[in-house]
Design a binder for this molecule. Structure first.
Ligand code: CUK
Ligand code: CUA
Length: 695
């Protein structure tokens, strides 16, 4: 049940076009948590009284700014006075930026970006430090300096976000990264050894045993070569199960494995939960196996890919798969264990179910019973039943097998219902009132519809029916509701992640920002207003997750001076105050440096051209927000030294001259004085300017 908490009621005796009375709602689950209660207390203490004088003031501002009553309500629901904190945090894909964005809800304030696949100077990521992590994502010998981040996944315990880790996938290069939410920094990147690109990274199983990475564009696995003419024989799809080790906070590739799949374009996945725990549901499109190459005689790809009425939902028993893998049921491909699809089918690990028509999103309901598949070219969502799927598998209700011998479940045996929603359904989220929310790309709308089964009693409407649509601006891709893909969604807030913004913002040239819109889903029924627009001008985000803020417990300073964020422990090379030094061993020079407001020590060191230099720099700070930067111009070096952090960097002193280094964070009144000289003596003696040589 949802509780409505009237914070205050105000009525304008004055005219705002119409006399109006407002009741401000906050979502139920949020109201239960302590932060929220505290805040409500404060609100009660400072009970607002709209006196005629205040109302006249409001009236004046509203008239001057051309605001409607709905605008005032929206402003009051989203505005956070300085110093107040948001109830929820969104971790959003940063799209092409290769980053993750942290955004507060309901204020929709951007709190920070987290550098992941792309070097990022403010965080000192990839400019002297962070290289080790970025290099893990190299493609063989080649550096890859960006990522197309699509799907973030928070770590889960029992199907609930636990606030410990975040995973994020890079579609362009089939990579997966691990972010530690204690310091919001990227700790690991793994490159998939089977495919160039993917789509389905990342989805976690309910206790984060595995992170699921589904493929997308089929290729010969392991970067092998085969002409496109041999597509059906040699090209394959895949899904990779990356084993996560919570203790080390790292993916363990040695315990990870993949399943070979038919050369369909696997798309999004979701892990079963509760009753469906143990299964993975993985969409696909283009099961027609047509190939690009229109200009050289192939069929038109988009049309060829949409010939059939159905594609296939892959149903994978990952618990059984893990047993088969442990029993040696995989073969090595490019050094990585792969379970062949024939083996997977024989072992009962893999089967298919028909799904209409070029589907995109697949999203399991909070109770695990229903699996909602949205087809881009079908105005319906198709809802499958876990009970029916398990029953059909047990009773072998197969209608056929596909071209590769994988059994196909009978559609009518596993399908629960189809619900007509509108044009271009893509992705689905859930709330605490028995509603589902599906993005409609072509309609540019968020559809609210009713779930059936045990959810039927939670809402007043008939089950499996469209309730309402809220137009959004424009062309929504993903949507994210508060804890909306967990076993217990909160409701209250939803964000539409729109691909186009058109006329919503001041034009930023021909490249326009994306538009995140906060939608109020607290009230049941047909009321679902848009509250706020937030432009995202840094890339095209795809999925996001919204977690209760009080589930996150980030450090605000590192636990000890001399902390190494890579190992999350004190660094043996950390430099203590008074122990700064420069040690030369032939051409190898090691600088032991400290940083504290407003001084680097040593603040001068001398090198010979060609020296190989290692620097250990330790911030001595333990105060909130006392971050120093460290840059050396001309050497492409910039670090961010957060309070207590110790960093190590290596470079070759390959350019002679005098190089000022300085702090790049305005850390104190004497910040500009936080500098030093790195003096690099040329290997050839410089031409002396003597009296005689002067003109
Ligand atoms: S995909 Cu981008 S809007 Cu990667 Cu989740 Cu659907
Ligand atoms: Cu340290 Cu500026």
């Amino acid at each position: 049940m949802r509780h409505r908490v009237p914070i205050f009621t105000l009525s304008f005796a004055m005219t705002l076009g119409v006399g109006a009375s407002f009741v401000f709602d906050v979502p139920a689950a949020a109201a239960q948590d302590t932060t929220k209660k505290k805040r409500r207390k404060e609100a009660e203490i400072a009970a607002v009284e709209i006196t005629p004088a205040v109302a006249a003031d409001l009236q004046k501002v509203a008239t001057e700014r051309g605001l409607r009553v709905e605008d005032l309500t929206a402003a009051l629901k989203t505005y956070l006075p300085s110093g107040k904190l948001d109830d929820y945090i969104i971790f959003s894909s940063g799209g092409h930026s290769g980053q993750v964005f942290m955004i507060g809800v309901p204020s929709m304030r951007l709190l920070r970006s987290i550098a992941v696949f792309t070097p990022e100077p403010w965080q000192g990521y990839g400019y002297g430090a962070g290289q080790e992590v970025l290099e893990q994502g190299n493609f063989g010998e080649s550096e890859v300096l960006w990522g197309d981040t699509h799907h973030p996944a928070l770590s889960e315990t029992g199907g609930e976000y636990d606030g410990q880790f975040l995973f994020i996938g890079d579609k362009a290069n089939a990579r997966l990264a691990v972010i530690d939410l204690r310091d919001m920094e990227t700790k690991q990147i793994v490159k998939n050894p089977l495919t160039v690109s993917d789509h389905g990274a990342s989805f976690v199983t309910p206790d984060t045993d595995y992170i699921v990475e589904g493929g997308q564009y089929s290729t010969p696995l392991g970067f092998a070569y085969s002409t496109v003419e041999d597509y059906e024989a040699n090209y394959r799809g895949m899904v990779t199960l990356w084993k996560f080790d919570r203790k080390t906070g790292r993916i363990d590739p040695s315990k990870s494995f993949a399943l070979e799949l038919p050369p369909y374009f696997q798309d999004l996945a979701d892990a079963g939960k509760k009753v469906s725990d143990g299964l993975i549901f993985l969409n696909s499109f283009c099961v027609e196996s047509v190939t690009p190459g229109f200009d050289i005689g192939a069929v038109n790809f988009e049309a060829g890919c949409s010939q059939r009425d159905t594609d296939y939902l892959h149903i994978i028993d990952w618990k059984k798969a893990a047993q088969v893998f442990a029993a040696g049921g995989c073969e090595m491909v490019n050094g990585f264990p792969v379970m062949k699809m024939k083996k997977a089918a024989e072992e009962g690990v893999l089967c298919l179910a028909p799904e209409p028509k070029s589907p995109h999103g697949v999203d399991v309901t909070p109770n695990g019973e229903f699996i909602v598949v949205a087809g881009k070219l079908d105005p319906h969502v198709t809802v499958y039943s876990n009970t029916k799927i398990r029953d059909a598998i047990a009773k072998k209700k197969f209608s056929s097998s596909d071209a590769y011998g994988i059994p196909v479940l009978d559609f009518d045996a596993v399908m629960e219902v189809q619900v007509e929603l509108g044009l271009g359904p893509l992705h689905t989220q859930y709330d605490n009132q028995g509603y589902a929310y599906t993005s409609l790309f072509l309609d540019s709308a968020v559809a609210r519809w009713t779930l059936g089964g045990e959810y039927a009693s939670k809402h007043p409407e008939e089950p499996w029916k469209l309730v309402t649509k809220t137009p959004v601006q424009y062309n929504i891709g993903h949507l994210v509701a508060a804890e909306g893909d967990t076993v217990s969604p909160d409701g209250g807030y939803l964000v539409a992640m729109n691909k186009w913004s058109l006329d919503r913002f001041f034009p930023t040239g021909p490249l326009l920002p994306q538009n995140f819109q906060l939608v109020d889903i607290a009230k049941s029924g047909t009321t679902m207003p848009v509250l706020y627009d937030m432009p995202i001008g840094v890339g095209e985000p795809h999925y996001a997750q919204m977690i209760k803020a009080d589930k996150l417990h980030p450090w605000t300073v590192y636990p000890a001076v001399g902390w190494n964020p890579q190992t999350q422990s004190p660094d043996p090379n950390a430099v203590k105050l008074g122990e700064e030094k420069v040690v030369r061993d032939g051409h190898n020079v090691t600088v032991y440096m400290t940083a504290v407001r407003s001084h680097f020590a040593p603040d001068r060191f001398e090198l010979n051209e060609g020296d190989s230099v290692t620097m250990h720099i330790t911030s001595q700070e333990q105060s909130l927000d006392a971050t120093h930067g460290f840059c050396i111009g001309g050497y492409n070096i910039n670090l961010s030294l957060e309070p207590g952090e110790s960093a190590t960097l290596h470079f070759k002193a390959d350019k002679s001259g005098v190089y000022p280094f300085y702090c790049t964070e305005f850390c104190s009144a004497l910040h500009l004085e936080m500098l030093g000289y790195m003096v690099v003596k040329p290997s050839e003696p410089a031409v002396k300017v003597t009296e005689a040589s002067k003109p």
